[in-house]
Design a protein around this ligand. Structure first.
Ligand SMILES: [Zn+2]
Length: 304
């Protein structure tokens, strides 16, 4: 049992306008949950290298973000994605932490890594910031695992309540990755319908509004976990969003703390089966501070 946590205080420096749900206090709440796992080890996150960001994003997009940041102004990239002076530093640490997590579990497969970072990343597309996200940390980490460590089967599991449209768009058609997602529908961003045409390496499953523990677990037991097991992943990456929690203000699912222990435990069991236990999670959503703290604790114990 070993859990490595990658985090950095500068992830607080991304400061959206007052009242925005994706606020710096989320980092503290998540870390309060982690602190209750006595056996965990913590290491400072390092920023992503430019070459790592380029695995998932176009050079023009990266340059435009850097130019906006260099000007020092606050810029709204969409109605809820706001770039300020500390935003790119935080986003770069978030993406870098996910890549570090991959490097660490490739070096020592027995452990799990958990990037406790913000802003989240799974809505960011190759050339578009959206939904609180600038750099798609989990897609960058998946492509880093393929490029740097030569893996052929990297699975990305996304149980955030929202569909990871950016991750899907970036990884679609990449034969060395598999993207699996469960998400509430209808809900932002409106993508991820199971019957929509999509690439062979994409598995989308939806939960209707009001679904709780039973519906969530049944969906994973009947569909997502068998699909993941059949893939025989060499590495499992997790977009760990906790906004399907019953307390969360942005969605209408009814998951409890123990459901996050359950999914963590299930994913870690499959990681042990085909991937020597290699599992790396990156914090995505979760906007009620108490719900986030308890969910992070439960999930962290599940993957430990
Ligand atoms: Zn979300």
């Amino acid at each position: 049992m070993s859990l490595l946590v990658l985090t950095h205080a500068d992830c607080r420096r991304h400061t959206p306008p007052e009242g925005h749900p994706e606020r710096p206090e989320r980092l503290d709440a998540a870390l309060r949950g982690i602190d209750e796992i006595k056996s965990h080890r913590q290491r400072p996150a390092e920023p992503a290298q430019h070459s790592q960001l380029l695995l998932a994003h176009g050079p023009n997009y990266l340059n435009s973000l850097e130019n906006l940041a260099a000007a020092g102004n606050r810029v709204s990239l969409d109605s809820d994605t706001h770039l300020g002076p500390g935003s790119l530093r935080a986003a770069s640490l978030a993406a870098g932490a996910a890549c570090q997590g991959v490097d660490e579990v490739m070096r020592d497969a027995g452990q799990s890594a958990f990037a406790i970072v913000r802003p989240p990343g799974h809505h960011a597309e190759s050339a578009r910031a959206m939904g609180f996200c600038f750099y798609n940390s989990i897609a960058i980490a998946a492509l880093h695992a393929v490029e740097t460590h030569g893996l052929d089967r990297v699975a990305v599991c996304d149980f955030d309540v929202h569909h990871g449209n950016g991750t899907e768009a970036i990884l679609a058609g990449n034969s060395k990755t598999l993207f699996l997602s469960s998400h509430q529908s209808p809900l932002y961003p409106g993508t991820g319908q199971p019957d929509a045409p999509h690439a062979d390496n994409v598995r989308n499953h939806t939960l209707p509004t009001g679904s709780g523990s039973n519906e969530f677990r049944e969906l994973w037991l009947e569909h997502l976990l068998p699909e993941l097991e059949q893939y025989r992943p060499q590495l499992i990456l997790v977009s760990a969003g906790f906004d399907a929690h019953w307390r969360d203000p942005l969605a209408q699912l009814e998951l409890k703390d123990e459901d996050y222990y359950w999914i963590g435990d299930q994913l870690k069991a499959l990681a042990r089966k085909s991937a020597n236990g290699r599992l790396v999670a990156s914090l995505e959503g979760g906007y009620d501070l108490k719900g986030l703290k308890e969910s992070v604790l439960a999930f962290g114990e599940g993957i430990e």
